[in-house]
Write a protein that binds this ligand. Structure first.
Ligand SMILES: Cc1cc2nc3c(=O)[nH]c(=O)nc-3n(C[C@H](O)[C@H](O)[C@H](O)COP(=O)(O)OP(=O)(O)OC[C@H]3O[C@@H](n4cnc5c(N)ncnc54)[C@H](O)[C@@H]3O)c2cc1C
Length: 616
């Protein structure tokens, strides 16, 4: 069963803010700081599930991409991003990213972030896979995220943020649960569980005129991930239950080279950046044979999805549970200068990459999809915004270009603040919440992760996804009546896993980071987006779904269903999609697999024309 809301005690306290921002990574802190600046005299409240720097941001290694170097331009950055996105990027969103990007990075530097520089002062810019120019700014060699996080959190402290800040308040150990909604489906705040002391302890309600979700990724849906434990997809699940649309959920990026920590290792695993391969490290199998040569013209520097798939195939063929990344030829000096964090994390696990090959395996890394937003970060629920990894702004399409995500967090958080400054709605009264409550047994998490890793990971197939959907339906029956962080996270993970599986089963083609063994080619009839929402019968009630009252930017007009139906481009009846029967109308359907409670709509893209410079 998919719950319409999380089972939780009734709010025992109520608090009020003009804007509540959920999450304290690059997106959340930037949104909170920018909203605080843009709305003088207003109260901005930042809440975060654990401590302030516990998200993915501080783990980011490679850097932040922006057209800052000589000879580079936003237009060239746009073209590289569109190429990586495999035909599914929203060109207007990418244009916003690459045009606003350089100034957003300069503002970050002005705020105090210290990036690596060349002798004499200019920023040291490097290249990563898919970038045709040197445009990746980095800090501390391979510790960019830690520096970005440090600078942003310092700025937050300097702005007076704290439990009783001067108009900018922060609450740590505060897990958002569900959206508070007005009778006509507008966001009116959130429910929140705080592990604290005194007045704001336990479950409470934060009434707000606008809610900004910046809760990061969904990596914990899989057994092994580069994401930290907080990345359980809470914001995405909350938004879906609140009636918002999500899109592109099938496009989960798996990083090919994550340190292998032994069979059965679960949770966050250390990343070995692809920059290590950029410096000359190569992938080898257990017998010491290079296996990327001949598979792709760029060999070991092929795009992430190609390398991840090759590794999985080698593992299947040889029966091994990992391969190796051989970086011995880099030498101690390069390792220590360029990759001090990575070498230290290998040494922590008993491997010295200067002397021996590193055992590696692919792991879940980045969600290109998320809550569907327009160019101002607005979701399909009025008053609900999203930015950072939880959002689907359209910039990543079917595959994120390396180092575009920190930039997306900065740029779209600032765009949200600008939209809020243009006019906040009055505080509305939430309706009585009569959505059906549910809660999963926390012990189900391991089962969800295992199922997703085996059936909906790097390599996917129709039968595997059907088995995943069946398994998830069974897991959904493992209900609990004991509210708590573990059970809330399990319930969120189950909803996200179900939505990923539904979308992955429906998309009967291979594109970007979505690989279908049974449909190995891309098909032009799939040039568009799978939009997922909760069936209104699941999240029913006055405060439930059906609130898509405002067009989202890449739908031609009106709701997703209307826009798809009114388009003359081929669309899919998803119930028939496994039989590859494109239709021209009737686009709202259930997934090709039976995932109760979710509705999928295929929204075809507009032809990109000149806007894309011919690069789809
Ligand atoms: C190992 C690694 C390396 C990476 N390298 C790069 C790179 O080099 N360049 C690049 O551009 N990108 C990189 N990425 C991706 C990038 O780091 C992330 O996409 C980005 O940092 C996400 O920022 P965010 O603010 O959206 O989310 P996060 O930084 O993940 O922050 C999410 C926040 O939301 C909070 N939260 C979650 N759920 C709740 C809840 N229910 N209630 C309250 N708070 C909640 C979390 O506690 C956290 O504070 C990397 C990612 C990883 C994991």
């Amino acid at each position: 069963m998919i719950a319409g809301r999380l089972l939780a005690p009734a709010p025992g306290w109520t608090s009020q803010a003009d804007v509540v921002v959920v999450g304290s990574g690059v997106a959340g802190v930037t949104a909170a700081l920018a909203a605080h600046r843009a709305l003088p005299g207003s109260r901005v409240l930042l809440v975060t599930k654990s401590v302030l720097d516990d998200g993915s941001t501080r783990w980011a290694q490679g850097g932040i991409a922006a057209a800052l170097g000589p000879g580079d331009s936003p237009e060239q950055h746009l073209r590289d991003t569109l190429t990586a996105g495999a035909g599914l990027c929203d060109v207007a969103a990418v244009r916003a990213l690459v045009t606003d990007g350089p100034d957003a990075v300069r503002r970050l530097i002005a705020l105090g972030a210290r990036f690596d520089s060349e002798p004499g002062g200019p920023l040291a810019l490097t290249r990563e896979g898919g970038h045709l120019r040197r445009r990746i700014a980095h800090a501390g060699g391979d510790a960019t995220g830690a520096e970005v996080s440090r600078a942003l959190l310092l700025a937050l402290a300097e702005a007076g943020a704290g439990p009783h800040g001067a108009g900018l308040d922060v609450i740590e150990h505060a897990m958002s649960l569900d959206l508070l909604l007005t009778p006509d489906g507008r966001a009116a705040g959130i429910t929140l569980h705080v592990i604290g002391e005194g007045r704001q302890d336990g479950v409470g309600a934060v009434l707000a005129r606008a809610v900004v979700l910046a809760t990061g990724g969904i990596g914990q849906v899989y057994s092994a991930t580069t994401n930290p434990p907080v990345s359980t997809g809470d914001g995405l699940a909350l938004a879906l239950r609140g009636g918002a649309e999500a899109a592109d959920l099938e496009f989960v990026q798996f990083h090919p080279t994550v340190l292998w920590l032994g069979a059965g290792a679960r949770g966050r695993q250390p990343l070995i950046s692809e920059a290590v391969r950029g410096e000359g490290a190569v992938l080898i199998d257990g017998a010491g044979r290079r296996f990327m040569t001949g598979r792709h013209p760029l060999a070991d520097l092929a795009p992430r999805d190609v390398v991840a798939k090759a590794i999985m195939n080698v593992m299947l063929q040889t029966g091994a549970d990992h391969v190796y990344l051989d970086g011995r030829q880099l030498g101690a000096q390069t390792w220590d200068h360029r990759f001090p964090t990575i070498r230290a994390s290998c040494l922590e696990h008993g491997i010295d990459p200067v002397l021996e090959p590193i055992p590696v395996v692919p792991a879940a890394h980045y969600a290109s999809g998320g809550i569907r937003t327009d160019l101002s970060g607005r979701s399909s629920v009025p008053g609900l915004y999203a930015c950072g990894e939880v959002a689907c702004t359209g910039v990543h399409g079917a595959n994120r270009l390396a180092s575009n995500s920190l930039l997306e967090g900065l740029v779209f958080a600032e765009r949200i603040a600008a939209d809020l400054a243009a006019g906040l709605p009055p505080q509305a009264e939430p309706a009585v919440d009569d959505r059906v409550a549910g809660l999963l047994d926390p012990a189900a998490v391991e089962q969800i992760q295992q199922l997703m890793t085996e059936r909906a990971g790097v390599l996917r197939s129709g039968p595997g996804l059907t088995a995943a959907a069946d398994g998830l339906r069974e897991i959904g029956e493992r209900q609990s009546d004991q509210p708590g962080v573990g059970a809330w996270e399990a319930t969120n993970l189950h909803l996200i896993a179900s939505a990923v599986v539904a979308a992955a089963a429906a998309r009967t083609e291979t594109r970007g980071s979505h690989w279908r063994d049974d449909y190995p080619e891309s098909s032009d009839s799939w040039l568009g987006h799978l939009v997922v929402r909760l069936d209104s019968e699941t999240g029913s009630g006055a405060a439930g779904t059906g609130s898509q009252s405002r067009p989202v930017h890449n739908a031609p007009a009106g709701t997703a269903a209307r826009s798809a139906a009114s388009s003359d481009r081929p669309t899919h009846n998803l119930a028939e999609s496994q039989a590859q029967s494109p239709r021209t109308a009737g686009t709202v359907g259930r997934s090709a697999v039976d995932v109760d409670g979710l509705i999928l709509t295929f929204v075809p893209d507009q032809p990109m024309g000149d806007a894309a410079g011919g690069q789809a």
